[in-house]
Design a protein around this ligand. Structure first.
Ligand code: SF4
Length: 324
């Protein structure tokens, strides 16, 4: 029997060969109702179970502020042009330290600090140094902030960050006020400072093409990303992209499986927001969220949209992923 394109791609994965853009498109174009869909999920699951040895990871993110953001992303509740959060807040240092301490006490693998794009760098670095002092050695410390240069990258490293979450978004420069070149310059600064880059294909909506998604998977591989993710856009009422709708969880599960095979991260694969079905497709890491998040209108997402650390630990446990 003649080999199908999917068979050939799976053999390349087995030989640890890098998949091409065409291979990525072949995977993304698989019908969600086909046998090939399950072949893709099975391979992504197999890789994560064997390469990650069934280890599940819990990352927690604290949103430090909510204020109109000049990034102006058309999907975001914090964007200056369509600010839809119920209030403007800025957490105090004691509040942040308390939240960090509580998260650490629940056994997390990474702590992210997130701000809007115009949060003051000096203030962020000062608070971060104090948070770092609370962190056990084995907990990654990740910044999720606006664009920055080599100097700030070096200072992030100096205060103890191990990595940075930064991406070129789908529709960057069109659906955001942030130029793609500026985003790429920050990615280069992160790598130049020796910080780990945490990447994600996001925020995926029905209007995005598979070509756009494949390009971000390949960008992640180009930067040697070992903690990879895919996130679908959550429609926030009042934001310009709300009317475009959302992709299904099934579609997101296929995309995350394809990203797992194309990017080949060495540590973990994430889906956001947490979706149990994606745990059948190679996902072994989930995020809990505290404070503000761009997909929510509440200032405290853990009381609303956000998943708690206990929630995501239980989801991973149900899928036989072992957490610490
Ligand atoms: S996604 Fe980030 S950069 Fe864009 S508007 Fe929201 S907070 Fe600002």
């Amino acid at each position: 029997m003649a080999k199908t394109a999917i068979n050939r791609i799976m053999e390349k994965v087995d030989r640890n060969e890098d998949l091409t853009r065409e291979d990525a498109l072949e995977l993304l174009n698989i019908s969600n109702e086909s046998a090939d869909f399950y072949c893709l999920l099975e391979k992504a699951n197999f890789l994560s179970r064997t390469e990650f040895k069934n280890r599940g990871y819990i990352f927690a993110q604290i949103g430090l502020n909510s204020a109109p953001c000049p990034g102006n992303c058309k999907f975001c509740s914090l964007a200056r042009s369509n600010y839809t959060i119920e209030a403007e807040i800025e957490k105090t240092e004691p509040e942040i330290l308390q939240e960090a301490q509580t998260a650490i006490g629940q056994g997390i693998d990474a702590l992210f600090l997130m701000t809007t794009a115009n949060y003051d760098n000096e203030k962020f670095l000062k608070i971060s140094e104090k948070v770092k002092a609370l962190l056990p050695e084995d907990v990654k410390f990740i910044a999720n902030i606006g664009d920055f240069d080599d100097v700030i990258a070096g200072r992030l490293k100096a205060v103890g960050f191990t990595g940075v979450y930064h991406i070129v978004r789908l529709g960057e420069g069109t659906d955001t006020d942030l130029p793609v070149a500026q985003r790429i310059a920050t990615l280069d600064a992160i790598k130049g400072a020796g910080l780990e880059l945490i990447y994600c294909v996001e925020p995926i909506g029905p209007e995005h093409t598979y070509e756009q998604m494949a390009d971000e998977m390949l960008r992640a591989r180009h930067y040697g990303v070992d903690v990879m993710a895919c996130m679908k856009r959550v429609g926030v009422p009042g934001t310009p992209l709300f009317d475009k709708g959302e992709i299904t969880d099934l579609e997101l599960t296929k995309i995350v499986a394809a990203a797992r095979l194309v990017t080949r991260p060495k540590t973990s694969m994430n889906v956001h927001e947490p979706k149990a079905m994606a745990l059948l497709a190679g996902v072994n890491q989930l995020y809990a969220e505290i404070g503000v998040n761009p997909r929510d209108c509440a200032v405290e997402t853990s009381d609303n949209r956000g998943f708690s650390i206990a929630n995501v630990r239980e989801m991973l446990r149900q899928a036989n992923y072992i957490t610490k």
